[in-house]
Design a binder for this molecule. Structure first.
Ligand code: NAD
Ligand code: UDP
Length: 320
């Protein structure tokens, strides 16, 4: 019998890449999503496989999956600032009620569970680069609090199931990841800049652009997650690419990549926008033998080709 894995958030950017990976590895995959920020087109190529099933379901409500499950990967959650600011209550619910439902299901099925946490649990960090030991600097009642605190609660709940119930748990702290299947209009910086360049608009840098991020290509992230799931390490592990860049430099890179002559315009920095972010990946290297392989130049080229290949009307589509 094949190993069987439930992936929540399956129709999203990362969830759909995880579905691909597990199908490729010979698992039976149950995808679950309520499509609030996802898109069935990300997984439509999988419907031809008898090993793939899809449940249209909100994981903040009781989850019923017939049959055995070996693994659960909880990836359902809005992930971009404009998404979670638009649906703050659902964001808090999927990180709290949603993870509780997934943990309960894991217990019943005796499955191992991996949850998607985030570098956002470090907030606007005062320790740089961020190690897993750092507790973070989060404003609980600021606009980003709905996401950051949901994810912090999610980690606490997961550790409680591990210590109290002895559940096999894995926690991945994901740093900014990019690649094909990001939504052009999800507001995250990479699709925002590429969308602007393709439409011939100015690139909007928030603040003076001196804030930093460290961007990881999606294939590297998926490899790290796969290794973490199969490891025996129950505590949080950072997965990300430590190659740090300012947002202003990033805008300049995108202008060069797209061969456009767009100008850069400066807009106000959103409240509580973290000033610096870079993962310390010592743990991932030691425990998983993992480090990123795809440099930004290569990853951005692949991602740009993907965005260019989309139907033109996608470029002008409003937020849903
Ligand atoms: P995404 O928006 O593309 O995917 C999220 C998916 O979850 C969507 O398909 C959405 O419809 C689904 N979803 C949301 N609420 C749901 C609910 N209540 N029930 C069922 N499905 C629901 O975002 P993504 O970038 O793929 O992020 C996936 C996960 O990874 C999230 O948990 C996010 O917090 C985490 N993460 C992502 C990044 C990144 O850089 N992409 C960084 C850190 C953490
Ligand atoms: N950003 C920007 N212009 C945009 C969108 C985002 O300058 O059009 C900035 C944003 O303020 C932040 C960085 O890019 O400093 C990364 O933003 P994103 O939403 O991609 O990720 P997060 O802030 O969650 O790390």
């Amino acid at each position: 019998m094949n190993k069987r894995v439930l992936i929540t958030g399956a129709a999203g950017f990362l969830g759909s890449h995880l579905c691909d990976r597990f199908i490729k590895e010979g698992y039976d995959v149950v995808g679950m999503d309520n499509l609030i920020t996802g898109d069935l087109r990300n997984i439509e190529h999988l419907f031809k496989y008898k090993e793939f099933e899809f449940y249209h379901h909100d994981v903040s409500k009781f989850i019923h999956v017939p049959g055995h499950l070996d693994y659960i990967l909880h990836f359902a959650s809005p992930a971009s600032p404009i998404d979670y600011l638009k649906i703050p209550i659902q964001t808090l619910k999927v990180g709290s009620l949603g993870v509780h439902n997934c943990l309960g299901l894991a217990l019943v099925k005796r499955a191992r569970i991996l949850i998607a946490s985030t570098s956002e649990i470090y907030g606007d960090p005062t320790v740089h680069p961020q190690t897993e030991e750092y507790w973070g600097n989060v404003n609980p009642i600021g606009p980003r609090g709905v996401y950051d605190e949901a994810k912090r609660f999610q980690e606490a709940m997961t550790m409680a199931y591990h210590t109290y119930h002895g559940l096999e748990t894995r926690i991945v702290r994901i740093f900014n990841t990019y690649g094909p299947r990001m939504r052009l209009n999800d507001g995250r910086v990479l699709p925002a800049f590429i969308g602007q360049a393709l439409r011939g608009e100015d690139l909007t840098v928030f603040g003076d652009g001196s804030q930093t991020r460290s961007f990881c290509y999606v294939d590297d992230l998926i490899e790290g997650i796969y290794r973490l799931l199969l490891s025996d390490y129950p505590y949080p592990v950072n997965i990300g690419n430590p190659d740090e860049i300012t947002i202003l430099e990033f805008a300049q890179e995108i202008i060069k990549l797209t061969g456009t002559n767009q100008k850069i315009v400066f807009k106000p920095l959103p409240k509580d926008d973290p000033m610096q972010r870079r993962p310390d990946i010592t743990k991932a290297k030691q425990i998983l033998g993992w480090e990123p392989k795809v440099g930004r130049a290569e990853g951005l080229k692949i991602t740009y080709e993907y965005f260019k290949s989309l139907p033109k009307e996608e470029l002008y589509k409003q937020e849903h």
